[in-house]
Design a protein around this ligand. Structure first.
Ligand code: HPA
Length: 260
């Protein structure tokens, strides 16, 4: 699991077996953004063996997308087969309110960059089919987890921008016409690389604010963090239930070693 803003409280439910700050991991960089701890944890979430990346690197911090997505390649190399990418996002669609959760059904890459842009000498298949990037089975587990926990879960299209500034109201109106339901500054590069590595991908947004122009309130990072905090307990319940359902549905995950 990659924990974005608003999802940190799940760590209270983790029994850690190993905890490593990113700065001790070769190739990892410490996040520079408040709300992103920068630690890799191996442990049990609701009894289920899980690796959690607490905090992520963003393109807007000045990192290359190769650096931003390195942790995903590391997870894949460790034998992980499914990844849940979480984030904070602004709600574009009228029915999305702060405090809602949205399972990502598909994405629009509005970052203007692609993590698979290389000379092709190394780095895997560049011409990926992304037509079913977000795994239907995992999204079904999120739906089930939300139902179990009494958490309202929407499903929609996540649009990623490069950031770091928030959008203009005109941009948000344009994104709405493109079919975007929520907007954020992460996840898309990681999802693409995870697919390239052959992982099942799920995405979950915590809607922390109404997107620019949808409310009179000015947008600010502290506000986004505070809204994420308020949703934190529900986010933790949702992720724990998801982990339990995943382990129950996939006999491989209940064991120490994978049988794939
Ligand atoms: N825009 C972009 N990224 C975000 C937002 C937003 O409104 N809210 C949280 N992350």
């Amino acid at each position: 699991m990659v924990l974005g803003s608003g999802f940190g409280q799940v760590l209270e439910r983790v029994t850690p077996e190993l905890e490593v700050p990113y700065r001790q991991l070769p190739g990892f960089a410490a996040p520079s953004v408040p709300g992103h701890a920068g630690r890799l944890l191996v442990g049990r979430l609701a009894g289920v063996p899980t690796i959690l990346l607490s905090g992520r690197l963003h393109y807007y911090e000045g990192h290359s997308l190769a650096k931003v997505t390195l942790p995903i390649r590391v997870l894949a190399a460790l034998g992980v087969r499914s990844v849940l990418l979480t984030n904070a996002a602004g709600g574009i669609r009228g029915s999305l309110r702060p405090g809602d959760f949205m399972a990502i059904a598909d994405h629009i890459n509005g970052m203007g960059v692609n993590p698979l842009r290389t000379s092709g000498a190394a780095g895997g298949d560049r011409f990926l089919d992304l037509s079913a990037l977000y795994d239907a089975w995992l999204r079904g587990l999120l739906r089930q987890a939300a139902r179990q926990m009494g958490v309202r879960l929407r499903h929609g299209i996540y649009l990623a921008v490069a950031g770091p500034c928030y959008e203009t109201p005109a941009e948000i109106r344009a994104f709405a016409r493109w079919g975007a339901d929520a907007v954020g500054m992460s996840t898309v590069p990681e999802a693409i690389v995870a697919r390239q590595c052959g992982l099942r991908v799920a995405g979950l947004s915590c809607i922390t604010n109404l997107a620019a122009g949808r409310s009179a309130q000015p947008l600010s990072h502290p506000e986004v963090l505070a809204a994420g905090e308020r949703s934190g307990a529900r986010a933790a319940a949702l992720l724990s239930a998801f982990a339990r359902l995943y382990a129950a549905a996939d006999p491989c995950t209940g064991r120490q070693t994978c049988c794939a």
